[in-house]
Each structure stands twice: as structure tokens, then as C-alpha cells.
Ligand binder design. Structure first.
Ligand SMILES: Nc1nc2c(ncn2[C@@H]2O[C@H](COP(=O)(O)OP(=O)(O)OP(=O)(O)O)[C@@H](O)[C@H]2O)c(=O)[nH]1
Length: 203
């Protein structure tokens, strides 16, 4: 997988553009695997991703704080876990609800959200078909990727790239927007909880 680059443009290493990305999803779907990959060259630009993930069972206030902080969102489920798939729609609605206030640039545009089906390498344990994922993606009108964070770095970067490009399209990278909220302040308010795997659907 390679990213399209203009022919006569060299890579700009500085200053890096910054995207605040929140990775949401139930426990053990592979969110932590995604957050190690946090720098990428996209369209010839070095992009720095500030990434928060959610532990499997955070309370709704913690999740809400993270959603408020984020510019773009990856909602992840595991193809081996039907419950995590069922949670995707609720999380997408929550993101839209929280960001539906007119304070976003342009007022009406929703923040970029990508649906990510992880662990596609575990074909024998699969509980959610590709078709199920595609149907949900069509219903919610959101991009959809099936990936394996274990097998492919590029697939993870593709997810981030899609969010980045949508933010660029929305004109979200005005210089002022970088300082809109400081990371540290938000981080302080969000105690990292112990990751707890979900054994069943708890809603
Ligand atoms: N086979 C396979 N295993 C994966 C993949 N991604 C993650 N895993 C494994 O799944 C388990 C859970 O991954 P995590 O990244 O800890 O999941 P999480 O969503 O961060 O979980 P919480 O911290 O509980 O919210 C780990 O053992 C990972 O190694 C994948 O693409 N394929």
C-alpha cells in the first residue's frame, strides 16, 4: 500500500500537522495495537497523530471527554467478537451527538469517523462477516476497513490517512486549531483505567 504523492514534491518534515484521533471500541478488539503507529507520511506531509484510546470498560463521562477532545475517530470492533460489532452503532451515534453543536468549523459537518474491523487474520474465529461490516458502513454512511493490526502496519496507516484527508477536506487544520485545547489538560482529566476484557455483551 502506498500513498499518492504529487510527483515533484518532496516530503515536508516540519512542521508536522497534528490530528487528534480517538480510538473507540470494546475491550480486547485491538485498539492498543493501533496507537503505537502514530507518525506517518501522508500526501508528502509528516503527520503527527495524538491518539487517545479508550479502555474496554470506561464510564460514559470518560468516553464523552475523549470524544470532545478528538478531531477524528476510529471505531473499532473485532471480527471475532459479535458484541464489539453491536457496540459500533452506539458509539457512532454518541460521537455525532457530542459533536453536533455548531462550534465545529462549518457548523453542520460531522467529525470524520471510520469503522474498523480488526483481526481479519483470525478467519477460523470469525463471528462478523465482511458483508455485515459493509452493510453497517452503508447504513451509517461511513468508511469501512477490515484490517489486521497484527499482520499489516499499512492497513492501520490507511485508517489514519482517511481520517486525516477528511479533516483536510473540512478545512480543519487552521493554525489556531492546533492550540484549541492542550493535550495535557485533557489527559489529566482522564485517568487511564485498567484494561478489562469484555466476556459478553453488557448492555
Ligand atoms: N490475531 C490478532 N490479534 C490481535 C490483533 N490486534 C490485536 N490483537 C490481540 O488482541 C488482544 C487485545 O488487543 P488490545 O490491543 O490490548 O485490545 P484493546 O482494544 O486495547 O483492549 P482494552 O485495552 O481492553 O480496551 C491482544 O492479545 C492483541 O495482541 C490482530 O489484528 N490479530
Amino acid at each position: 500500500m502506498s500513498f499518492p504523492r504529487p510527483l515533484r514534491r518532496s516530503i515536508s518534515l516540519s512542521p508536522a500537522r497534528t490530528l487528534r484521533l480517538v480510538v473507540l471500541g470494546q475491550g480486547a478488539v485491538g485498539k492498543t495495537e493501533m496507537i503505537y503507529r502514530h507518525m506517518a507520511v501522508i500526501d508528502g506531509e509528516m503527520v503527527h497523530f495524538e491518539i487517545l484510546d479508550t479502555a474496554g470498560q470506561e464510564d460514559s463521562l470518560q468516553i464523552e471527554e475523549k470524544i470532545k477532545w478528538g478531531d477524528g475517530f476510529a471505531v473499532v470492533y473485532s471480527v471475532t467478537d459479535r458484541c464489539s460489532f453491536d457496540e459500533v452503532m452506539r458509539l457512532c451515534f454518541l460521537i455525532n451527538h457530542i459533536h453536533s453543536s455548531p462550534k465545529r468549523s462549518g457548523g453542520s459537518e460531522q467529525p470524520p469517523v471510520v469503522i474498523v474491523a480488526n483481526k481479519k487474520d483470525l478467519q477460523f474465529d470469525r463471528m462478523v462477516s465482511t458483508q455485515d461490516g459493509e452493510n453497517l458502513s452503508k447504513a451509517l454512511k461511513l468508511p469501512f476497513y477490515e484490517i489486521s493490526t497484527r499482520d499489516s502496519y499499512e492497513e492501520t496507516v490507511t485508517v489514519f490517512s482517511t481520517l486525516y484527508q477528511e479533516l483536510m477536506r473540512q478545512g480543519h487544520f487552521s493554525p489556531g486549531s492546533f492550540k484549541r485545547r492542550t493535550v495535557s489538560k485533557v489527559m489529566e482529566k482522564i485517568p487511564k483505567m485498567q484494561a478489562i476484557s469484555n466476556k459478553g455483551c453488557s448492555y
